[in-house]
Design a protein around this ligand. Sequence first.
Ligand SMILES: [Zn+2]
Length: 486
Amino acid sequence: MSTVRKSLCVALSIALLAAPALAEKPKKAKYVFLFIGDGMSIAQVSAAEIYAKSMAGAEPGFQKLGFTQFPAQGLTTTYDSSSIITDSASAVTAIATGNKTLSGVINMDPGKTKRYKTIAEYAKEMGWRVGVVTTVSLDHATPAGFYAKVPSRGDMYDIACQLSASGFDFFGGGGFCQPTGKKGDQEDAIALAAKRGYTVVKTAAELKALKPAAGLKVIAFNETLQDSMAMPYEIDRAKEDLALADYVDKGIELLDNKNGFFFAVESGKIDWACHANDAAASIGDTLAFDRAIARAVEFQKKHPNDTLIIVTGDHETGGMSIGFAGTKYSTFFEKVAMQKGSYIAFDERILAPYKKLKGAGGGNVADLIAPMKEWFGVDYAALDEPSRELVDRAFKRSMKGEVERATQESVYNLYGGYEPLTVTLTHLANQAAGIGWTTYSHTGVPVPTYALGAGQSLFDGYYDNTDLFRKLVAVMGIRVAEEKAK
Ligand SMILES: [Zn+2]
């Protein structure tokens, strides 16, 4: 079945299950959690559920996650002002402000002159406390969508400076990508934040030691940062490192107050894993996301009348699907468990040192047969001839250090700008499990949205990502008369 027809069927079946729109006013919530799984649509969620079930050693099936059992569920379209396929910047603008804009633009109109006020800023104005947590860098598009307005998501220094100008109460997760600007000649954004009254913590011990206090404003950088100043993938996380759930716990502790709070939490590397076509890393982060959401559910149980938890994706990434030509009607998700770490950890720990040792164009694929099996479960000797040729060719390209992302379309289609050997191995491993990919970018299929708590029924049905803003505004009791004035 085509992707379009498949998503249509999902849309229809969910719409049929949805409750009719309520005539009465929605119940108000003063504790609002907005969880965004970046790049997370139904395939990413399903892959995690099928994997969890296969690990339980049971018959084929889905072991439901906590958030997929939320009572209200909808489907959300994600297109932006110029494309069916959004990016994270225009997607978060839609969710946080209710406006469509161009890919790459954060909280400004397509003409890049008007600035939109965000749901988090409205919450702050109402006297609520506000938190923003992400597994990627804090100046990345999705977290920035709650506190920054920039014509380009690449203006990460401006974003970092706007972060501390927001006055929001708690920021946690990754670091800053450009703390002193693109050229390294600007005032340090971390020092600026401290000057503006933020307590900046950089270790797990410091974060754990923080206690709620009047006027306390916190920026917590994760002690271990992996690629692009992000927290490590869950599959690579050391036991002593904090998980996303720990940030949700600390956020709740610091934000809790009688007026209310708005807490945005992004799992940003579901997207990054899917860009790289790495299902094991995506599944690991989706399961960790569910554990983080469970902490909010614990809070909701204590405050059932005025807490709302929303879980959504900003778009799908990778064109992930359950089913591959080579495995026909079968899946073998237990094979996903054979992967020992993410694609990026393989690059860093195995491939990069090997390349350094052998030099450009050197080496022999035979040297990496053991690591390939150990890391990805790919048994080179057992591969058929075409697959082995793919590995050999990718090995040579990786060893030559070729960067051909933009120049050669045929090469881009094979490797997407990633390490040729590594992405070939994730493809082979995923295909053996029965998982397929169509792209290294985003796709235009809708995303599921889940809701639990006060006003939950508003989130049933089939609607656009800009409607998420309007629904949240209704539940949070925000007046949006000056929505576009700021
Ligand atoms: Zn995104």
